[in-house]
Design a protein around this ligand. Structure first.
Ligand code: C2E
Ligand code: CA
Ligand code: CA
Length: 410
């Protein structure tokens, strides 16, 4: 009874597998889970035919290795049709193959909710479906193309951009030692819009310089507020490498720090790279002078960029930030583990602090702790929050009890 109630939101499903007995098996368990209409297809072609006639199929379970049209090709066809339903991969292939297939589905912007290794149990399926919201989450940012440069220009003129802060915890002291300032657009009609919806769009535009300046000033004011009680606090800011475009930037920043009564060490610049560094010598000079003056420099999204290693070699970073794509769910992923391990080893050799972002679960937390990361950030700790909430968050110290900070197991 409770099973049926849990996932009753799905009323139709389609299973694609080249084994008749597996189709029969899923037919029974999906019906057992309360799904009213279960369709089965013995191959990819058949599945697409069914989808042509049954427009409302909400859930699709797809095998990977099938003769003629394999599951990977099915995913491509689904993407071409903009299939809006949820997808689960079910496969007996090697874990790495299943993981890559799931990643591909994401890259195709399909609504993949999980990948299960055969044999799949009813319990596994129930857990996966119960944890899935069967509707588009509220508050999703509108797509990039909906904004024009004029919209962004106007938003800048009206100072509609604000900072949200996400805490960072030091794994040695288990205290919040810093936070990352993240841009948000308070749109008068659309509400709060996340950074992904406008930053990439601004990346190739002069407006990014204006936004960076605006947020830099806001962030420094916030840092001065926090540092009244937490003098070693580090507020991190995202700066695109090509925004380091003024020779006097280190001096301007230092002067503002003095005015506000904060130290350069209270600010860390998370440098995100773009494909091309426009003026290498200028950027190198600015970064080197920023470090000389005591500002922190972090290499952001490490491992995902075009030239992470080259940047690491050239620029005087003192912090390495491992991207969330390697951290979230790392304990189940041999490649991610290897990447984190070697990033940590590299950072330690270069005397850098290692930050892991994207820590979503207790497993992620324990895993990156074991692999030697120093600081973590992620949804498990807290999501980015408005500045006032963040001030309360660090002052109350309730996170210590709320988090039940786990011991490190070896
Ligand atoms: P980022 O620097 O990699 O920032 C981390 C992103 O991951 C943030 O998204 C944050 O909300 C999200 N995040 C944090 N913890 C978790 C987690 O546990 N799981 C998952 N799945 N995600 C998590 P956000 O705020 O949407 O920012 C996206 C990107 O936009 C940032 O990625 C950064 O590159 C850029 N960005 C944000 N603010 C600024 C800014 O002021 N200036 C510039 N140049 N770029 C910015
Ligand atoms: Ca960042
Ligand atoms: Ca990142």
């Amino acid at each position: 009874m409770s099973d049926k109630m849990t996932i009753a939101a799905f009323s139709s499903a389609l299973v694609v597998d080249d084994s008749r007995s597996i189709l029969d098996y899923f037919n029974i368990i999906l019906e057992g889970l309360g799904i009213l209409h279960v369709f089965t297809a013995i191959n990819g072609k058949k599945a697409l035919e069914i989808l042509d006639h049954e427009q409302d199929i909400e859930l699709l379970l797809c095998d990977i290795n099938m003769p003629e049209m394999d599951g990977i090709e099915v995913l491509r066809h689904l993407s071409e049709r903009n299939y809006p339903g949820k997808i689960i991969i079910i496969s007996g292939e090697h874990k790495r193959v299943i993981e890559s297939s799931a990643r591909l589905a994401e890259a195709y912007h399909l609504n993949i909710i999980g990948a299960l290794t055969k044999p799949v149990t009813m319990k596994q399926l129930r857990c996966l479906l119960a944890n899935t919201e069967h509707h588009t989450p509220a508050g999703i940012s509108p797509a990039l193309h909906e904004f024009s440069i004029a919209d962004l220009q106007q938003a800048l003129d009206n100072s509609e951009f604000i900072i949200y802060i996400q805490p960072k915890i030091d794994l040695h002291s288990q205290e919040v030692v810093g936070g990352e300032a993240l841009a948000r657009w308070q749109h008068p009609e659309l509400g709060l819009i996340g950074a992904e919806a406008f930053i990439p769009f601004l990346e190739s535009n002069e407006l990014l310089y204006r936004l960076t300046d605006l947020l830099l000033e806001q962030a420094m004011l916030i840092a001065s507020e926090i540092c009244k009680t937490e003098s070693d606090f580090k507020l991190s800011l995202n700066v695109s490498i090509n925004c380091l475009n003024r020779y006097n930037l280190p001096d301007l920043l230092l002067a503002r720090c003095l005015e506000l009564g904060i130290r350069p060490a209270n600010l860390v610049f998370e440098i995100t790279e773009t494909r091309l560094v426009k003026d290498f010598r200028k950027v190198l000079e600015i970064m080197t002078r920023m470090r000389l003056k005591g500002f922190g420099l972090s290499i952001d999204d490490f491992g995902t960029g075009y030239s992470s290693m080259e940047h690491l070699q050239n620029f005087p970073f003192d912090e390495l930030k491992i991207d969330k794509t390697f951290v979230t769910g790392a304990s189940d992923n041999a490649a991610a583990k290897a990447i984190i391990e070697s990033s940590v080893a590299l950072a330690k050799k270069l005397d850098m602090l290692v930050v892991a972002e994207g820590v979503e679960t207790r497993e992620d937390w324990q895993f990156v702790t074991r692999l030697g990361c120093d600081v973590i950030q992620g949804y498990m700790l807290a999501r980015p929050m408005p500045t006032v909430d963040f001030l309360e968050y660090i002052n109350s110290k309730t996170y210590r009890t709320e988090l039940r900070i786990p011991p490190v197991t070896s």
